[in-house]
Structures are given as C-alpha cells and as structure tokens.
Design a protein around this ligand. Structure first.
Ligand code: PMP
Length: 351
C-alpha cells in the first residue's frame, strides 16, 4: 500500500443488480413493470426549462407537503432524499453514532453492512431463524440502534405491527429504523406507531410501488425531533439533493392515489398467481408480501438456473452466500412477463 493510501477511507461497495441496456425480461431489481402515474409524463412534457437556471428548493417544500398530506402527518415529520438509499445513508450517519453495535438481520438488504463499514459504525447481525424470520428476542439486548426492512429483503417476509411495536418497546433509548421499501405490497405501515414512539423512523421509496426507480426519490417519516437532526446532517453535506424534475414528478405521483392503488393491486394479483405457478413447478418460497419471490427448488441448482434464464434474456437475481445460494429472487413483472418466465421454466424442467 502506498503511503498516501493509508489515510484513505476504504469501502467495500454495494453491488447493485445488473441494468442491461437492451430490452430483456427484467425481474432482477424489484422495479415496477408499469409506468409511473400519467401526471408524471405530463409534468415532464410541459416542464419549463427556464427554471433549471435556479437551484431547486433546498427544503423540497412541495413534495414534503404532498407526502405529509398523503400520510396525515405534519410537514416537519417528513424528510426527502435521492432514493431511499440516500435517505438511509443519511439516517446511518445521523442516528447511528454510538460505540455500541447497531443490530440488523444477517440476511437483509446488503447495503446496511456497507454503510456501517463506510461510517465505521459497529454492528451485529443476529441470524434469521430456520424459516428466515427475524427473531425478536435478538433485538432485546443493549445496542446502538436497530434497522430492519419490513417486508424483509430478500426473504419477502412481512411482520405485523405487533412485532414492530415489540421491537420498539424493547428499544426506546436508541433510534429504530423500519425500511418499508416494499410495504405497499404487504400491509400496515409502522407510521401508525409514530405517535407513541419518538425514536421511530419509517423510510419509504418511490422506486417500487410508485414506479419511479429512475427518478430517485425516497423519504423518511418520523418525529419532528428526528427529522430536524436528519435535516441538520443533510444541510452539512449537500443542500440541494433533489432536482427540480424529481420534485415536480414526485408531487404528481403522490397526487394520483387511484393509479397507485390500481398498479399495486395488479402486482399483488400477479404475485399470488405466480406463487401458484411456482408451487406447481416444485419451487419452495417463503410467503411473499413484497413485489418479489425468494424461491428455491429441491432438484435444480439455483446458480445454473439463473444462468440458463439469463441466456434466454430473463434476468432474475442470484446472491450466492451460505444461506442464499440455493435461492433466486424473482421480481414480479407483468402477467405476460411472468408467463414467459414460467414457459421457460416448464421447458427447462420438462414439466
Ligand atoms: N431498502 C430496501 C430493502 C431495498 O430493497 C431497496 C432497493 N434496492 C432500497 C431500500 C433502496 O431503494 P431506492 O434507493 O431505490 O429507494
């Protein structure tokens, strides 16, 4: 190592899923197969580019207000960022500043470990149980903060509000982050608990249920106290995180509740049907409440299956790793895309 390298911050980066630049059946990064709300296209078409001369509103006021109205919270309870990755990274930086280890599951969103390492935050990863469920008792011990996704990724398992509240009651002296990237496909958000737990932060995204992964919008909802701390960190880092198009498009997406509910329901319907098809082919998977299914087959090697699918331009996600190497994570696409997937699998397995 060169002398000047010694003081450089080292990072082992997160590896995002592939984004092939040609048309494939793309079931590998949990994107939404439907376009964003029609109002988003209209905003972009009619955008007055003269306003690009100016910096955007650093407080992202319009979008904060729209989200606050949507969720029935105050504007000082909403923080917006460049995708939930940006929001979560800011949360790690702001809230996880203890000498004690933060806690998150061994099998979860792999970015948590990357941020913990990057920011030199000590961490421990309690093991999920045999059925890939989070063991709540593992989160009763002293710690420097807690984070878990609900539904968890890549397992797709959703825990109810009683479970989330149990973790909160045992962790009132640290910040607890619930990453709800996939909650719209699942059930009740932990936002209901905000009135009782000032140390709770709920993080969501426009990338999944709102079909806007490419626009990069995420948000956190929490107590005014925590949101103020988050904003102080943000303004110490980069005042203008959100571009003008992202702000304007985000507002339109939130306004169209009917479209949002309709596309979410279509994905849930396709998911439930896909579960039946996968079962018929002999796959096993935890009961998914997300927009993806984490599936394994007793007779077929997951890596080989992943490669075979890819060779046919059907992209799913394969992670490797001791506990996940026999699994594929399959994003729910349109009904037609899923039919192509099952046609290929049926042929591959000669069933
Ligand atoms: N949390 C979880 C659990 C995720 O799976 C993802 C998507 N990769 C994210 C957060 C980040 O999504 P985005 O930055 O697109 O909002």
């Amino acid at each position: 190592m060169k002398e000047f390298e010694k003081n450089i911050r080292k990072a082992e980066p997160y590896v995002p899923g592939e984004q092939p630049q040609r048309k494939v059946i793309k079931l590998n990064t949990n994107e939404n197969p439907y376009p964003p709300a029609p109002g988003v296209a209209k905003v972009l078409k009619e955008m007055d580019t003269d306003k690009m001369r100016l910096y955007p509103d650093p407080a992202v006021g319009k979008l904060v207000k729209e989200l606050a109205d949507f969720y029935g919270v105050n504007e000082n309870q909403v923080f917006v960022g460049v995708g939930s990755d940006d929001v979560l990274a800011m949360c790690f930086l702001t809230f996880f500043n203890s000498e004690k280890p933060i806690l998150f599951p061994d099998l979860t969103y792999s970015f948590y470990k990357v941020w913990a390492e990057l920011f030199h935050i000590p961490y421990e990863c309690p093991k999920l149980d045999e059925d890939f469920r989070i063991k709540r008792e593992d989160y009763y011990k002293e710690n420097g903060g807690v984070i878990f996704p609900n539904p968890n990724a890549p397992t797709s398992i959703f825990e109810d509000l009683a479970f989330v509240e149990d973790i909160l009651t045992h962790n009132q002296d640290v910040v607890v982050i619930v990453d709800e990237a996939y909650v719209d496909f699942a059930g009740k958000s932990a936002m209901e608990l905000l009135e009782r737990y000032e140390n709770l932060i709920v993080v969501q995204t426009f990338s999944k249920a709102r079909s806007m992964a490419g626009m990069r919008i995420g948000y956190a909802i929490g107590s005014p106290l925590l949101i103020e701390y988050l904003n102080n960190a943000k303004y110490s880092f980069n005042s203008y995180t959100m571009s003008i198009p992202a702000i304007d498009c985000g507002v339109e997406a939130v306004k169209d509740k009917a479209y949002f509910e309709e596309t979410v329901q279509k994905i849930i319907d396709t998911r439930e049907w896909a579960k039946e098809e996968l079962s018929k082919l002999g796959f096993w998977f935890p009961d998914s409440k997300a927009n993806f299914i984490f599936a394994t087959h007793p007779e077929y090697n997951a890596k080989e299956l992943f490669e075979a699918l890819k060779a046919h331009d059907i992209y799913v996600r394969y992670f490797g790793g001791a506990r996940t190497k026999e699994y594929l994570r399959i994003t729910i696409g349109t009904r037609e895309e899923m039919e192509e997937l099952f046609a290929f699998l049926g042929e591959y397995m000669q069933r």
